[in-house]
Ligand binder design. Structure first.
Ligand SMILES: [Zn+2]
Length: 157
């Protein structure tokens, strides 16, 4: 059980069930809410996206044991993989600057590496979910078959 003395320094005198919650408890509780409470605005970014809290962390004391005390009030819980769950190995205490950097959506590229416009007819969805360039794919295919026919030709020689 979590309580005074469990984590030295994290709980000051009077912080118990009746008093102020440990700061880690607030983070822990918020993490669960974001994943389970559909009424929350933030739910769509967490539970609504399939993000969940691992079974072990349903227990606050286990969560605290894995994460350790929060380094400072500026720190909150951050998932390293934004599509990953709240679980040991994917979570760290991070400051807001680090978080907003991680959460900033990656700029959507408007052109491919070769400079073709990634829009309209030229844009297609690759099997791996990435945005592909048809012009490059055509060129790659052409190169591929060109190489192949060269190899066939050289074998026949
Ligand atoms: Zn291209």
């Amino acid at each position: 059980m979590f309580g005074p003395g469990g984590i030295p320094g994290a709980v000051t005198h009077g912080s118990n069930r009746r008093g102020r919650r440990a700061p880690e408890y607030t983070c822990w509780s918020g993490m669960h809410s974001r994943c389970t409470n559909q009424k929350l605005e933030a739910y769509k970014y967490y539970g609504g996206r399939g993000i969940s809290v691992c079974a072990a962390w349903k227990d606050f004391s286990q969560f605290l044991a894995d994460m350790g005390p929060r380094p400072s009030p500026a720190h909150s819980i951050e998932r390293l993989d934004n599509d990953g769950n709240y679980e040991p190995g994917n979570c760290v205490w991070a400051t807001r600057e680090v978080q907003s950097k991680n959460k900033r959506p990656r700029a959507v590229k408007t052109t491919c590496a070769a400079g073709h416009e990634l829009s309209g007819e030229n844009l297609y969805s690759r099997p791996d979910g990435k945005r592909g360039c048809r012009a490059c794919r055509r060129r790659n295919m052409r190169d591929f078959y060109a190489r192949q026919s060269q190899e066939v030709a050289s074998e026949r020689r």
